[in-house]
Design a binder for this molecule. Sequence first.
Ligand code: FAD
Length: 305
Amino acid sequence: MMMHEPLRFSGLRGTLARDASLAKFTSWRAGGAADTLYRPADRDDLACFLRQWPKDAPVTALGLGSNTLVRDGGVRGAVIVLHDPGAALAVADGLIYVDAGVACPKLARFAAMHGCAEAEFLAGVPGTVGGALTMNAGCYGGETWRYVARVEVLGRDGRFDVRTPGHYAIGYRSVHRRDGSAPDGIFTAAWFRFPPGDGVKARARIKELLAKRIASQPLGLPNAGSVFRNPDGDHAARLIESCGLKGHAIGGARVSEKHANFIVNPDGRASAADIEALIEHVRATVAAMTGVDLEPEVRIIGEPA
Ligand SMILES: Cc1cc2nc3c(=O)[nH]c(=O)nc-3n(C[C@H](O)[C@H](O)[C@H](O)COP(=O)(O)OP(=O)(O)OC[C@H]3O[C@@H](n4cnc5c(N)ncnc54)[C@H](O)[C@@H]3O)c2cc1C
């Protein structure tokens, strides 16, 4: 635990825990603990926490942990878990306002219910809106930032700032500041602009996309979606499969038989080290056999055991 974090906070309404396992907060169901875990009651409560949290102590945001591997030695400082089933969604001035802790499938259904088109792809992204903003999550031709009108960001000083997409350089599964550095602060909310459409058609499309996923992805086993980004003009899954890696296992982690770009934790006994070793093995094998250096899409955080 950080030696210089405050032992007491005042005025917090969320849930604070020390040395809290993060395995249940990640979709891989593996990995170490957070020195301090905070689940804010809402965005103002998060601001209250950050104003009291020492400026030199690390802070890591986590949504639904569906793109994150937490190393077995855990994460120093504070991990803020933003997913909140009660977080707000609303229609305002032709835009959809959404708290960053809302799950993307909920946003997809809300948009369809309000007669919007093109939000259907979000139904298949099992993360939060905050995670989708960070990753520029996308699939089936859709991409998060294409529909963002503005975002709200909370800085380390506990102040909110509203930004437009022009503040960021946005690419395939990537969001940076204009100077190339990582986005600062925590996304706390966003306003989306989806084109008007037919709600019935949108709901049918959501069903169809989810059926496609069930058929092609190992959704019954702990996983973190695509492990590697697709290289230009190719598919990571195709390359991995072509190297005979489907089913390859290290410890409790295995390359999925159903989708080669997924690593699964079938019995829930994989350590983060098993998963990371398998990621490295796949990367090295694909590089040696095809000459392509696959770049991980999943974020790896924390310290080794
Ligand atoms: C079965 C499955 C299918 C998937 N399919 C897709 C897909 O089709 N397309 C796709 O793009 N992804 C897909 N993913 C990956 C994942 O769902 C997305 O990347 C998603 O956007 C991550 O959201 P999250 O809330 O889980 O983020 P987390 O894993 O919790 O965090 C991811 C990163 O975002 C940061 N972060 C999270 N919230 C915030 C915030 N509020 N402010 C600032 N930073 C934040 C974290 O620090 C971390 O760096 C899939 C995953 C699974 C398990």
